[in-house]
Write a protein that binds this ligand. Structure first.
Ligand SMILES: Nc1ncnc2c1ncn2[C@@H]1O[C@H](COP(=O)(O)OP(=O)(O)O)[C@@H](O)[C@H]1O
Ligand SMILES: O=P(O)(O)OC[C@H]1O[C@](O)(COP(=O)(O)O)[C@@H](O)[C@@H]1O
Ligand SMILES: [Mg+2]
Length: 437
């Protein structure tokens, strides 16, 4: 999508009306030097040609506590909702949002809407819960989200009716690309009504496919778990005559989990991701290559992302989920069948062990890195909201937390490019051919 200067402008609810320093609790933790002003920018690119000027026309607002606030914190009723698939760290975000709102800004109340956008629909019969210290204090120890989540459409006017009925001034929307699109439509409805409600996105996805967040929370935890699965597959492959370990991991449209788990484990011989084209048959196809490797090395490990090789599957297997996302056919099971069939037809022995740890790596509590990152996103989200920013998501680039207008964040999905350093590293670590077709 082409960038226009106006794309970079963060939407605000209006002029700042309060001084953060007037509020005792904020003054206690925020020194003057910590305040970030609205003119501080993080450039879109940091690599440039010597002699060429750095293009600063495309830059993001730097996130952080503002000296001037739009809301009087003590009058704020905030709400939180988690949408889409679960992910390690969701509870850390909820907990940190509550703690920052309650203890630092001393907001009046924090409500948690249940089971994603569905919780806003009166027809669902789901009432929001009032969060307090006791309710959130230990939730980080558990995977999933204490609020529940869901997929499926709920009209923006239904959501805004409910926000207004509860006199909410700030809504934190934790979710992936679909959720951020929903957040944008909610903001459009808020703006249409001229309501003073800030809509702030916190990016969440196990697939790590959201732009302008170098890595989403939960991704690190998922990669560690996927690495364990790859190592188990390697042990099975080496421990059995003519062993093949085949592991399917999540990654609907982007193969980041497969790629990073490959690099973390270095036991993988073939990494198959949605971004690559590959064939099974033919001279250059995977099966022929695998046959040669098995003759040579007697074992192999393959990791496949769930969205890889969909062109190989029958069309009829493709459905959509309640949110409209394509439900992929099971490439893992298909590969298992085709590999077994290939070796059987050739009269060659093979012992294939199939691992499908996909849901397991989403449901874990966050590891140390993800916990730190998730809580930081939450803190920066509260700072942005209190300053009256809206229709934006917290991102992170070049080690800086930034404000990303939601339309920019969802304009493109983050994917692995096949000429990237990441993919070169995967090719080097696996030794697989750059083309398998
Ligand atoms: N384009 C869209 N406009 C409005 N709401 C959307 C849109 N896409 C998804 N949603 C809603 O956002 C929520 C989460 O979306 P989903 O795609 O399931 O997960 P994720 O946010 O993790 O990508 C669902 O309730 C879905 O209906
Ligand atoms: O079965 P579910 O819960 O709909 O989730 C499956 C999908 O969720 C994901 O784990 C993450 O997707 P989201 O980021 O959209 O939540 C995908 O990798 C996977 O295709
Ligand atoms: Mg999504």
């Amino acid at each position: 999508m082409p960038w226009k200067p106006s794309d970079f402008q963060i939407t605000s609810l209006g002029e700042a009306r309060y001084n953060a320093a007037d509020f005792e609790s904020i003054r206690n933790v925020t020194s003057d030097t910590l305040f970030v002003n609205d003119r501080e920018r993080v450039p879109h690119q940091v690599v440039f040609q010597e002699g060429d000027p750095l293009d600063t026309s495309r830059a993001f607002e730097k996130a952080g506590p503002r000296e001037k606030l739009f809301f009087n914190p003590g009058e704020v009723n905030a709400a939180i909702v988690t949408c889409g698939g679960i992910c390690p760290g969701l509870n850390d975000v909820i907990r940190a949002l509550f703690m920052e709102l309650h203890y630092i800004y001393q907001a009046r109340s924090v409500l948690g809407f249940r089971y994603g956008l569905r919780g806003f629909d009166p027809a669902s019969g789901l009432d929001p819960i009032e969060l307090n210290h006791e309710r959130v204090s230990d939730i980080q120890a558990y995977g999933g989200t204490m609020l529940g989540t869901s997929r499926g459409h709920v009209a923006a006017d239904v959501v805004v009716d409910r926000l207004q009925a509860h006199n909410i001034q700030i809504l934190f929307v934790i979710g992936g690309d679909g959720t951020q699109r929903a957040a944008h439509t909610i903001w459009e409805e808020v703006a249409r009504r001229g309501a003073k409600i800030a809509i702030i996105g916190v990016p969440k996805t196990i697939d790590n496919d959201i732009n302008y967040v170098y890595k989403t929370f939960g991704f690190d935890t998922a990669v560690s778990f996927a690495r364990d699965a790859l190592e188990a597959a390697h042990i099975e492959a080496k421990g059995n005559p003519k062993g093949i370990g085949l592991v399917k991991v999540m990654g609907r449209d982007s193969g980041f989990i497969a790629a990073y788990a490959t690099l973390a484990s270095i036991t993988v011989n073939y990494t198959l991701i949605p971004e690559m084209d590959f064939h099974l048959d033919g001279n250059h196809g995977l099966l022929n290559h695998l046959e040669k490797r098995m003759a040579d090395k007697n074992h192999a490990v393959i990791v496949v992302a769930e969205g890889a090789g969909q062109h190989l599957l029958p069309e009829s297997e493709r459905e959509r989920d309640a949110s409209g996302n394509i439900k992929h056919g099971d490439i893992g099971v298909y590969l298992k069948q085709r590999i077994n069939q290939h070796f059987k037809q050739k009269g060659l022995e093979v012992n294939l062990k199939y691992f499908d740890p996909s849901y397991m790596l989403r449901s874990l509590p966050a590891n140390a890195q993800d916990r730190i990152f998730a809580a930081n996103l939450a803190r920066f989200a509260v700072h942005a909201a209190m300053a009256g920013k809206t229709d934006m998501m917290i991102g992170r680039r070049f080690n800086q937390f930034i404000h990303v207008p939601i339309p920019i964040a969802v304009a493109n999905r983050k994917k692995i490019t096949l000429d990237s350093e990441l993919w070169m590293a995967v090719l080097q670590a696996t030794g697989q051919p750059a083309k398998m077709f």
